[in-house]
Design a protein around this ligand. Sequence first.
Ligand code: FES
Ligand code: FE
Length: 440
Amino acid sequence: APEPVVAPGVPYVSAVDPGIYVDPAVFAEEKKNIFSRTWIFLGHTSEVPRKGSFVTRRLLDDNIIIVRGKDLQVRAFYNVCRHRGMQVCRADDGETKRFTCPYHGWLYDIDGKLTSLPLEKPYFGEEGLDRPNLGLKPLERFAEYKGLLFGSISAEGESLEEFLGDFAWYLDIYLDRYPGGMEVIGEPQRWRVPCNWKIPSENLMGDTYHVQYTHRSVAEIGLHPNKPQDFGASGKRNGVHIDAGRGTTGLTRQTPQGRGYPDEMVEVFKQHMPEGPRDLIFGEGNDYWPSRAHLWPNFSMLGAGAQVAEDDLVPYLFIRTWVPIDHETTEIWSWVLVEKEAPAEFKEKSMRAYTLTFGPAGTEEVDDAENFASMMRVMKGAGGRRINQILEMGTPEQMDDYVIRDWPGPGTAISTSYSDAGNRRFHHLWNTAMGREEAK
Ligand code: FES
Ligand code: FE
C-alpha cells in the first residue's frame, strides 16, 4: 500500500464501500460511535441575542433548548420535562421569561430552574418537591468558539478547543475578521434531501471537481463568478487545500476584492484579523480568500459569490449542518453569516445572492440535491452496493509534489483544490471513529 502522504498519519484511503451510505445498520453504529460522542454544531450565539432568547435544536434524536439566561450566559438543556417527560418548549425559537410545560403546567425559568408548579402543596405535601434538583437537565457538554455553538450528549471527551485543534486558526479567517464578530441573518433555512448525511458533507468539503460539470449551467447563464471555459483552467495551482485539526478548508487564489467584498470592508478585515491569518491573507505576494471549510463530522461553511449583474459580484458566506434523520434522510440547516457591523445594504445583497444559488431552491443547491438523491437510489440496490467507489484524484506521488513545505499556517497545505485529499481524510476520521480497517 502507498505510504501515508499529505497529512501525517493519514493513510491513502482510495476506495469507498457504498454500504456505508445505504445500510441502516451502519447508521445505527454511527449514532453510537460518532454522533453520541463528539462535538456537534448546534447554532450561533447571534440567534439568541437577548436575555430570554431561545432556539430549539435537534442533536441526533434529542431535542435541545438553547437559551440566554438572566446573567446573559447561553446554556443548553434537554427539552424534556422533569415531571413526566413532556416536551417543554414546542417553538423553534422566540423570546420568553419562562418555559411552561404543556402537560401539567410546571414552570421553568430561563436558567432552567423549576420555579413553581400548580397545586404543589395540596398534591405533593406540605414540604413540596425538591425543586432545586428538578430543573431542566443541562446538556452534558456545551461550548462556544467565536459565536459557533457546539454540544455533546457525552460527558466524556476532549474539550472543544482540543477538538478543533489547529483548525481554529483557519476558523478565525471566517469568524474573526470584523469588530463585533459575525451574525446570522434570520432563522435557519431547513429542508430535507433523500440521501445519507456523508454524501453532501463530502461534496461540499472536497469535491471541487463537480463544479465545472454539475454547475455548468449556472455559469452559462452568467450567475457563477467563473466563465464556463474558466473552470479548472488554471490547472493544479489554483487554490490551496488545508487539513488542520478535525477540519479542512480551501482557499481560493483570489483577493477579497476579487471575491466581491467592497474596499471599505476589506480595509476592516485587514485591521481586525488576528496576526497569523492576516499575514496569510494580506501578506506580500499572497492572494488567498477562504472558500470552504468542513469540520468533522457534519458542519460545513462555504464562502462563494453570485454574479448578480455583469458588474456586480456579490459575496456570501453560509454555514450549515447536515443533520442525519436516518440513514437515507438528511435535514439541511443553513444560515447566512455576515459581519455584524457590515452595511445593511451589503447584508441584504449577500442574503439575496445566497438565496439565488444555495438557498433551498437555489440554482446550485438543486443541482447538488439531484445528484445526492440519485446516487442514493442506485447505490441501494443489492448489486449497486457492491460497486466500490474511488477516491484517487491526486496520487500519492502527486500529493507529495503538491505539499507546500513552507506554508505559514498550521496543518498541512497542498497547492491544489482538485484532489480527493479532503475526502480521504474524512474517511480516515470515519474509519477511526467507527473502529474499522481502512479500505484499500
Ligand atoms: Fe411536564 Fe407534567 S410532564 S408538567
Ligand atoms: Fe455543488
